[in-house]
Every structure is written in C-alpha cells, then in structure tokens.
Write a protein that binds this ligand. Structure first.
Ligand SMILES: [Zn+2]
Length: 432
C-alpha cells in the first residue's frame, strides 16, 4: 500500500486543482482519498509530491522510429510527403529485425516514463519481421511497466501476402493480450492509400474477430484524400464506413484533409481523431483546421518521442498561430482524452481521474508556482508555465516506475543496448 501525502490533485477534464489531500494506493488501484489518512494506514509506504495528476497518455506513436534519433544514414532529399516515406521511413521499417524492434520498444518506453507518460498507443511497422514483431516491441513495455495498446501497420505495399501477415499479427497479439493487465492490441493499418479493398475486408474481419478497433493514419497529406476519391470514388471515411470497420475504438491519426461530412460520420461512430501537431509541422503537410468539429480528439507524437507536455503546448500554440477558436483547457482535455481510449481498450478498469476505484496511473509534478496558484487561474499557469521539467514521477498500475526523477531500474545497460541496435539499424539502411 502506498500513501501519497498532502498532495494537490490536478484534473484535466475539467481543469481543476484540489486542496491538499492524501491518496491511498492499494495494488493497481486508487483506494481512498481524504485527509489524515496516515493515521488510518500506518503500514503504508509514504511518498510526497506537491501535485499529482491522472497519467499522461500518448495516443499515437511509433516506437519503431525510436532508433532513428540522430540517424546517420544517407537519406535523399524529398520533394513531398510520399517521397519522404519512400526515402526514409519505408527504408527504416524494412531494415528492422527482432533485436532492433526490441531495442526500439525499450528506448521508446524509457522516454515515455521519463516524461510522466503512463500509456502509449503505438503503431508498429517492420515488413521484413512481421510475425511476432508485436511481442518483440512489447518486451520494452513489459520490462519497464509501461501500459500500451499495440498494433501492426498493415499495408499492401508488399502485396496482399504481406498484408495478410500484418492482419494475422494484429489478430494474434490482440487475442494473446485480451486479458493482459497492461497491454492490449488494436487492428493496425498504415493508411487508406496503401490498403486496397481486399485488405480492408480482412481488417474488418479482424476487428469483428477480436473486438479491437482500427488504428490507421488518414488524410495526413492531401495525397491520401485525393487517392481515395480517384481510386475508389469515395472520401476516405465513407470508404471505411462502407467497409463497416468504424467503431468507438477506431483511432484515426491526423485527418488533416477530411471533409466536414467525414468528420460527422466519425462522430456518429464515436470514433477518435488523434492530432499530432509537431509531426504535422515537421512534415509540412498542413494544419488540421477542424479540430473543434470532432467529438473525440486525443493527442499523439507520431514518433517524435513521448513528451506529451511539450506536444500539448505545441498543439496549443500552433492552434493560436492559426487563429483557431480553442484555448489551453481544450488542449489539456485532448491530452486527457487518451484516458478515454484506455477506458475503451481496458474496459475492466477506469482511467482519467484520481478517485477511488480508478487505475493508479499517476503523473507526479513538483511545480513551484512563482505566482499564486488557485483554481480560477490554473489555465494561465498551464498555458504559460506548463513544462516537462516539472515532472518528477510516474506511477503505472500502482507501481512507481520513476521516483524523484529517477527511473527505478538500470537504464544505463538498457541504453547501451539501444545504442548498439541503432548502429546496426543505420548500417542496415545503407543497403536498402
Ligand atoms: Zn503515425
């Protein structure tokens, strides 16, 4: 049993900050909240933190790209987004083998925990190592205690046989993890422009068979939207709806070029859009001007690490710069929404609040406000003071995996291995 003493609880939906309270954690769940709990639970391990919040969730990531940081391999310049996929990412994913995938998972998980992130929804690709790839990736989650929803990016880029292997890996992992306390599977696909109708039908079947949701990129670049209308005579979401694949577990990443009627369709199915502001800026694909039209928006990094605080700040400032109507509370609500995705993928648990019965997925903050912090001005502190520098601890399912800014296992040995595997990966890319 753990007692977090005299802490102020920050809520993101709605934005709130409590008076100092005690929180009792029993096993993987929050047991009780109140004052003077130390007297009632004298045996509990005591920890202190000036502030705590529900765990931060990264709702779209690619841990397979974790070894690309500082990449030293010749990458030809790209004139557009699809060329960039060809020149960089589709070469990198083809070079991945089991050891590199495992190292990617470890590198990604360490970065997430370091940034107070308690769960990552990942989208994995390794076309020359498909079967078992999600187990290799999951090793990093299991080793670190990170919560995750994993899937394989099914694609027809290497023919329908490659696609079938991708679907099979999604089904295998989803079934294997159906009752896992920390891991679940989704049904992954790269993007509509690399998913032909035969493959789409297989994906629908996989969604039906597993009860998991589709996790796919859509309209990240205008090309995807144009391709769908040219090739299939349908808008992307209309094509997905016709395939009967949409559900409340559907995760659509990006969606920059979806139309208002497509957004309405996604809303009708209670599906999620995941916005990845920094990735969109980095790839110069444009800006999602329609965030305010979606029922469910969550935030992701699309492979740019797992620092969700910086991601949220960038999403907010990019939106301000674009003259959008939303303010910081909405972006913190989007960040929080990752918890709602967890509620859908781990229905036996409750996520998103520091309250009795909820999963003990908690981010610790040692914020030192230089001006008075009261509930009425919390938004100003968030918009202009929020920083990953204040994250001091990460608890997942009641386990404190980072305490006082120190990850609670031997990271030096792990990082040596991830560096070795990164060197192997960069070398392998030279031949592709
Ligand atoms: Zn992505």
């Amino acid at each position: 049993m753990i007692l977090i003493e005299n802490t102020r609880i920050i809520g993101f939906s709605p934005l709130s900050v409590s008076e100092p309270l005690d929180v009792i954690i029993d096993g993987a769940h929050i047991k009780e909240i109140g004052t003077g709990l130390a007297a009632r639970y004298p045996q509990a391990e005591k920890i202190s933190s000036p502030y705590i919040s529900p765990g931060l969730v990264c709702s779209h990531n690619h841990f397979y790209s974790a070894l690309a940081r500082g990449l030293m391999a010749p990458v030809p310049p790209s004139k557009d987004f699809v060329q960039q996929l060809n020149n960089l990412w589709w070469r990198l994913d083809r070079a991945l083998d089991a050891d590199m995938i495992r190292a990617s998972g470890i590198a990604g998980a360490l970065h997430a925990i370091r940034h107070g992130v308690t769960a990552v929804i990942d989208h994995h690709a390794s076309p020359n190592c498909i079967e078992g790839s999600l187990d290799h990736l999951a090793a990093g989650f299991e080793l670190s205690g990170l919560r995750g929803v994993l899937c394989y990016e099914t694609t027809d880029r290497y023919g329908n046989q490659g696609a079938e292997a991708g679907v099979a890996e999604n089904i295998r992992f989803s079934k294997k993890t159906a009752h896992n306390p920390l891991l679940r599977g989704a049904i992954g696909a790269h993007a509509p422009f690399t998913v032909n109708n035969t493959v789409l039908a297989l994906l629908t079947e996989a969604v039906r068979e597993t009860g998991a949701g589709l996790h796919i990129h859509a309209a990240e670049d205008k090309f995807d939207a144009v391709h769908s209308r040219y090739q299939y005579g349908l808008d992307i979401v209309d094509r997905l709806e016709r395939a009967e694949i949409l559900s409340p577990k559907t995760i659509i990443a990006h969606g920059l070029y979806l139309t208002a009627s497509e957004i309405e369709t996604l809303n009708r199915h209670d599906a999620f859009l995941v916005h990845n502001a920094r990735s969109n800026m980095n790839n110069h694909v444009g800006y999602n001007e329609a965030l305010h039209l979606y029922k469910n928006v969550a935030l992701g990094t699309d492979g740019i690490g797992s620092d969700m605080v910086t991601e949220t700040i960038c999403a907010f400032y990019k939106h301000r710069d674009a003259g959008g109507p939303l303010y910081m509370d909405t972006f913190l609500g989007m960040l929080w929404n990752g918890n709602e995705l967890l509620n859908r993928y781990f229905p036996e648990n409750k996520f998103g609040y520091i309250a009795p019965g909820y999963a003990a997925d908690i981010t610790f903050w040692d914020y030192e406000p230089p001006t008075p912090l009261i509930p009425e001005n919390l938004m100003g502190h968030m918009a202009f003071g929020l920083s990953p520098a204040y994250i001091s601890g990460t608890m997942i399912a009641g386990k404190l995996v980072m305490k006082n800014r120190t990850i609670q296992f031997d990271t030096a040995t792990l990082l040596k291995e991830t560096q070795n595997q990164a060197r192997r990966l960069w070398k392998a890319m030279e031949a592709i």
